[in-house]
Design a protein around this ligand. Structure first.
Ligand code: DGL
Length: 265
């Protein structure tokens, strides 16, 4: 495998850009191929079978683009499709966004951790399962917050609409008495400020992107696959929309040129 080959990253939409940004901040010489499956967004509402089917097709696309690693920058797909992708592509390094966070929770040892994510992620129970495998004493409280990803995808990051919906969710009894909160959806760091404000910045908010980025750095270092040549990034979507392009530019902070690939699904 050539070390200057790109890292492939995918999500249903712009959420995975939080991970892409974090990767570039620790590995500025890496070249990324990003895929936003805008045609099938939101993933959180779809069946496990559909998520597996969308995700494996995207992984195949990224493999064809000669990616040296595939990052599943989506909690829903990490919960429901990571194992199948790993089996189908045994020669490529496959990274999910859940394990690095679970390892951090193990180190932090909170007494009660809250988790918010899509219905797909929360109903899979993957976080409590993985946390209890290594730290059975930590209490885990979970809540599906299905409207958030769509609101964020539509560009409502830090305004009244996102605040009202968010507060309604965070006030629920399911999340009472937590001392840390895992943002188990890669879209949520985009409203992290609002989440911090809700808790008066008194609890730790765990966003997977920096954990995932440092895990990726370790893996690439160990395998001697760190890139030393910048050739540029490419951004693909399964359905081009102006709103995605605007949100992506606004958030990624670079002039993003979107390429549409409708043929893979
Ligand atoms: N960003 C994704 C996640 O981490 C998916 C959100 C969605 O499309 O529902 O779960």
């Amino acid at each position: 495998m050539n070390k200057n080959n790109p890292i492939g990253i995918f999500d249903s939409g712009i959420g995975g850009l939080t991970v892409a940004k974090a990767i570039l901040s620790v590995l500025p010489k890496e070249n990324l191929i990003y895929f936003g499956d805008t045609k099938h967004l939101p993933y959180g509402e779809k069946s496990a079978r559909s998520i597996e089917c969308f995700s494996t097709k995207i992984a195949f696309f990224l493999k064809q683009k000669k990616c040296k690693m595939i990052v599943i920058a989506c909690n829903t797909a990490s919960s429901l499709a990571h194992e199948s992708i790993k089996k189908l592509f045994p020669t490529i390094e496959i990274i999910n966004v859940i394990d690095p966070v679970v390892n951090l929770i193990y180190k932090n040892k909170p007494s009660c951790v809250g988790i918010i994510g899509t219905k797909g992620t929360i109903n899979s129970k993957i976080y409590p399962k993985k946390i209890h495998e290594i730290a059975p004493k930590i209490k885990v409280k979970s809540l599906a917050t299905p409207l958030l990803a769509s609101i964020i995808e539509e560009g409502f990051f830090n305004d009244k609409i996102s605040r009202v919906v968010l507060n309604k969710y965070l006030n629920k009894s399911e999340l009472k008495n937590i001392d840390q909160l895992i943002l188990a959806c890669t879209h949520y760091p985009l409203i992290q400020k609002l989440i911090g404000k809700f808790y008066n910045n008194k609890i730790d908010i765990i966003d997977s992107s920096s954990q995932v980025a440092s895990h990726i750095k370790n893996v690439l270092e160990k395998k001697d696959l760190l890139s030393n040549k910048i050739t540029g990034h490419r951004f693909f979507v399964s359905d081009y929309t102006k709103s995605f392009e605007e949100s992506a530019k606004f958030f990624f902070g670079e002039d993003i040129y979107l390429e549409e690939v409708s043929s893979i699904h």
